[in-house]
Design a protein around this ligand. Structure first.
Ligand code: GLA
Length: 698
């Protein structure tokens, strides 16, 4: 069962045999199913009728170089109510997408009360659900649980972001406890950036039923006659190579099917100013940081929060969002001086914005208080800094404002090569001064439609600017927004040890060239943990490498290690950013080791690798997560290699002042590496904390 398409082909067949055909095999609707099953679509017609019995009218096909698409037009037996079912099967990647287009010609608006993007019947068996749960600074923790009778629901109702707490991507193992490289696993991602609900229901003894779509809570969609409501796409794959197979399918889809902007391109090595200087931006400090990143061999400098503000200064998080003018008290020579300085240093320049937000302490709010989301006659609920609000992206004037902010920056400063687009607030005030009273419940959805519309305009004009998707870290790592962004900030938590865990879970669905991973300071500000620079480099190097600290505080050894890391990374970049990921040893095999009272007998490690398409080139990352004297080491078996080929190992980013380890220069067959494995020297006689190694295999 390589392709989920099989499920759908079977279902399409049901729809095409005989007429009229019930659409419930693909889209169970309220009014057309028994009391046992859950509906994926519930509507209330203009006349109050709540029933829906869709029958296929017509089936058409699209077949182009990239995909085959089956389009089934259905109509209700009684009302002029229509749903077009789309099933798109990608040719180069085993991914199928489904979505529905809903419209009607009733006399008055119809209320859409539930409108999933897809439904899939699953066999009975020993099914396990894998979903990513987390929080700010602790994103993407894989949670694995056996599916039982009843209904398991995963949802997120943040409003503006949907990947902190619970994320809109899941896997379901059909063969018991999910394995990394074997067993049948279904993977599904809802391509949506707003509230969602994913359900696995076993309401009778016959099987499991999978549903995914927009969360209907406080989101009844009021659909006017002739309007078309298109649900988000739901993307599926089914692999018999375990969770790893699902991840590789999603990564390839992201890169090659337009689901990640410029998906097949590699990304630059950058320094971001945030954790180095926070709001304390001055021209002198920025120029010094540019000197540093250029000296390390980096390629891009990004000036984070704190550069803007007029009447209100951005010296903390409580003011000036919305006032996108350069603060000349901090930067007397404006952005031109900075872009020119970047050019002199042969690096590129990037800048931070938070376009969808406003502070009550801002000129924008004074001028346009009605642009902020707000509930009629109720006190504003304020977010970050005690003053932050979310702008009303349903309002075309606000959409223009956001577009113009980006457009102005990029027309006045065409040298800007990179934008970090942040979103640090949830929708706490669920009301719009723009939407009519009877369409207030469209807000949660229209917000995201407005956002996407604005991003489409920006991308049409600026296809080449690299844009990072940030939402207090990884709060917007989702396939709803990824087509407009080149990468995302994986987490505000830059502690190298915790990053091993966060990046592990994030890699379940997102490719490495999209995952921004920065070398942070030590001791790390959030956790107080001290980690060696080599470990911090090696952890960041497994994705899109960057750094985020004050280089002026680094020691000579740290600077030398970073220079080596950057140099080696450039040689391995294509392999790391565009290669096929094989996760080898999960950090989750053990609990957080350092808090264990009992000395763990075997060292806790994590290991992963990237393999080129032709399997002639690979890179292996191995991290020691615990270090105790005389602790047994763990052998690591590799994956994804050609068993017949012989590979020679070269150690990369060797610890400053040391020689490569004994494995350097050794050759093994792929078969040996995959069945016997390697004893990687991670623990030493001297129990170095946080040991790590990188090997290139050729
Ligand atoms: C958010 C981001 C950080 C940084 C700050 C700036 O928290 O996640 O990376 O940009 O905002 O205020």
């Amino acid at each position: 069962m390589k392709r989920t398409g099989l499920f759908f082909l079977a279902m399409c067949a049901c729809l095409m045999v005989g007429t009229p055909v019930r659409a419930i095999d693909m889209l169970p609707t309220f009014g057309d199913i028994d009391h046992i099953h859950l509906p994926a679509l519930i509507v209330q017609h203009a006349d109050g009728d709540q029933s829906l019995q869709l029958r296929a009218q017509d089936t058409t096909y699209v077949d182009n170089a990239q995909y085959k698409e089956t389009v089934i037009a259905t109509k209700d037996l009684v009302q002029p109510f229509y749903v077009t079912i789309h099933v798109r099967q990608w040719k180069a990647v085993p991914i199928t997408e489904t979505w529905y287009e809903i419209s009607h010609a009733e006399k008055k608006p119809v209320r859409l009360q539930r409108f999933d993007s897809g439904y899939l019947p699953l066999e009975n068996g020993d099914l396990y659900l894998v979903h990513l749960h987390g929080n700010w600074a602790g994103e993407a923790v894989p949670t694995v649980e056996r599916l039982t009778r009843g209904i398991k629901t995963i949802r997120n109702s943040d409003g503006a972001r949907n990947a902190h707490l619970d994320a809109p991507e899941v896997m379901i193992s059909l063969d018991g406890q999910p394995q990394e490289n074997s067993g049948r696993v279904l993977g599904a991602a809802l391509c949506w950036s707003g509230n969602f609900e994913i359900r696995v229901a076993a309401t009778d003894e016959k099987g499991f039923h999978f549903y995914a779509g927009i969360d209907p809570m406080a989101s009844e969609y009021i659909l006017s006659p002739k309007e078309v409501f298109t649900t988000p796409h739901l993307a599926y794959t089914c692999s018999n190579e375990g969770m790893g197979g699902v991840s590789r399918a999603f990564h390839r889809w992201a890169r090659t099917c337009g689901m990640l902007h410029n998906g097949n391109a590699t990304r630059s090595i950058l320094l971001n100013s945030w954790e180095g200087i926070y709001f304390d931006i001055t021209e002198e400090r920025i120029l010094a940081m540019m000197n540093d990143i250029a000296a390390f061999g980096g390629e891009l400098f990004v000036m984070d929060d704190g550069w803007f503000g007029g009447k209100y200064q951005r010296n903390s998080d409580d003011a000036a969002l919305g006032d996108w003018v350069v603060d000349t008290r901090k930067l007397p020579n404006g952005l031109d001086a900075l872009t020119a300085a970047a050019k002199d240093r042969h690096i590129q320049f990037g800048i931070w914005i938070e376009p969808e937000a406003v502070n009550t302490r801002s000129e924008l709010f004074e001028k346009h208080p009605e642009w902020a989301l707000q509930e009629r006659n109720r006190e504003l609920k304020l977010g970050r800094g005690g003053t932050q609000l979310v702008l009303d992206m349903t309002n075309p004037k606000v959409q223009d404002f956001v577009f113009n902010l980006v457009d102005d920056l990029l027309t006045k400063h065409p040298e800007i090569a990179y934008i970090k687009w942040d979103a640090n607030a949830s929708i706490q005030n669920c009301g719009s001064t723009y939407l009519p009273r009877d369409k207030q419940s469209n807000l949660y959805i229209d917000y995201h439609l407005g956002l996407v519309k604005t991003l489409e305009r920006i991308r049409a004009k600026y296809p080449n600017v690299v844009i990072q998707n940030c939402a207090s870290g990884g709060g917007r790592a989702n396939y709803g927004l990824m087509p407009y962004f080149d990468e995302f900030w994986v987490s505000d938590n830059n502690d190298a040890l915790q990053r091993v865990y966060i990046q592990w879970g994030t890699s379940y669905f997102f490719p490495s060239n999209a995952m921004a991973q920065h070398i942070g300071g030590s001791p790390y500000l959030m956790t107080g943990r001290t980690t060696p620079i080599k470990f911090r480099c090696d952890v960041a190097m497994s994705g899109r490498l960057g750094m985020e600290l004050q280089p002026a505080h680094m020691t000579e050894t740290e600077r030398a290690q970073c220079t080596t890391a950057f140099q080696d990374y450039k040689e391995l970049r294509e392999l790391i950013q565009l290669g096929n990921l094989y996760r080898l040893v999960s950090p989750y095999n053990d609990q957080y080791p350092m808090s264990n009272v009992k000395l763990p007998e075997t060292q806790s490690v994590a290991a992963l690798m990237y393999v080129s398409d032709t399997k002639d080139h690979a890179v292996l990352f191995a991290y020691g997560l615990s270090s105790f004297m005389k602790q047994a080491s763990r052998r690591i078996r590799l994956a994804g290699l050609d068993p017949e080929r012989t590979y020679t190992l070269t150690e990369r980013n060797v610890r400053h002042g040391e020689q490569p380890c004994a494995l350097d220069g050794k050759s093994f067959t792929g078969a040996h590496l995959m069945s016997v494995g390697l004893d990687i020297p991670l623990s030493t006689e001297y129990a170095i904390d946080y040991p790590s190694r990188i090997f290139e295999l050729k």
